[in-house]
Design a protein around this ligand. Structure first.
Ligand SMILES: Nc1ncnc2c1ncn2[C@@H]1O[C@H](COP(=O)(O)OP(=O)(O)OP(=O)(O)O)[C@@H](O)[C@H]1O
Ligand SMILES: [Mg+2]
Length: 252
């Protein structure tokens, strides 16, 4: 079977700067891929290529067999929530549903179900400035899910949050790809976050980013409380392995 996402020998340059690659990477439905790599190694560039916002300088990117259509085929979550400040929480989700082509009559129920999914069931009527940063990021995740994308792209979505909120959001996001054949590509600088979330971890080299390590993570996705999982010896071993790979990266 062909992969959901196929990054085929991709290299990307911005004028004379080689930002990424060559990278060859396939992602299947159900995978939660986490990318770790130094600043400037091309992680955001890789996500922009997958989102269809950039065309690769060489090689090709296909999503379900076609080049990605910008703003259409993937759900995006960035470091900052980037919500519409003049809308309520519901208004932000509804705008995304409208953009996704959900009929008007179905939008209220769809918005309620998305908000429930990210644990914000009762905050729909609030204005964006009346909710916390962590809650805003939950809204951003709900918005990214609005079009039922097969692929979710998350670029350091929790970097600006406090440690406790971050752990809670990690627990929620971890389950997103366990159903409905969705996949996620998640960028982080946190090795612990990578091990907790991933079914597979990629470590990129210094710019131009190439794959240094491609590591499957075979920790249980359900049935083990997060705090317990974080205490497992296998968890610590994976964290050690990724941290060692990250520390060994040579400046290029
Ligand atoms: N629009 C652009 N024009 C020119 N150069 C760019 C552009 N966007 C990114 N770059 C360069 O490409 C390289 C990769 O950038 P990118 O943003 O993909 O890195 P990153 O791995 O996401 O870094 P960080 O961890 O800091 O977010 C960097 O050297 C950056 O300066
Ligand atoms: Mg980046």
């Amino acid at each position: 079977m062909s992969p959901l996402l196929d990054i085929d020998e991709v290299e990307h340059r911005y004028r004379d700067v080689v930002a990424l690659g060559p990278v060859d990477l396939q992602v299947d439905a159900g995978e939660f891929l986490v990318i770790v790599g130094p600043s400037g190694s091309g992680k955001s560039t890789l996500l922009r290529l997958v989102a269809g916002f950039e065309r690769p300088t060489t090689g090709s990117v296909t999503l379900a067999g076609r080049p990605p259509r910008p703003g259409r085929d993937v759900g995006l979550v960035f470091q900052q929530p980037r919500l519409f400040p003049w809308h309520t929480v519901n208004g932000n989700i509804t705008a995304a549903l409208r953009w996704a082509g959900v009929p008007r009559a179905e939008r209220p129920a769809a918005a309620a179900s998305l908000l429930a999914k990210v644990g914000l069931g009762d905050l729909g009527k609030r204005r964006v400035w009346e909710i916390s940063g962590g809650q805003q990021q939950r809204v951003a995740i709900a918005r990214a899910l609005a079009a039922r994308p097969r692929l979710l792209l998350l670029d350091e979505p929790f970097a600006a949050l406090d440690a406790l909120t971050r752990e809670r959001l990690q627990e929620d996001v971890r389950g997103l790809t366990d159903t409905e054949g969705q996949a996620a590509v998640f960028v982080t600088h946190s090795v612990d976050e990578a091990v907790f979330l991933a079914t597979r971890i990629i470590v990129l080299s210094d710019r131009p980013g190439r794959i240094l390590l491609d590591l499957p993570v075979d920790l249980p996705r359900t049935g083990v409380p997060a705090a317990e999982l974080r205490g497992w010896a296998e968890y610590a071993a994976l964290r050690g392995e990724v941290a060692t790979a990250v520390r060994a990266i040579q400046p290029s």
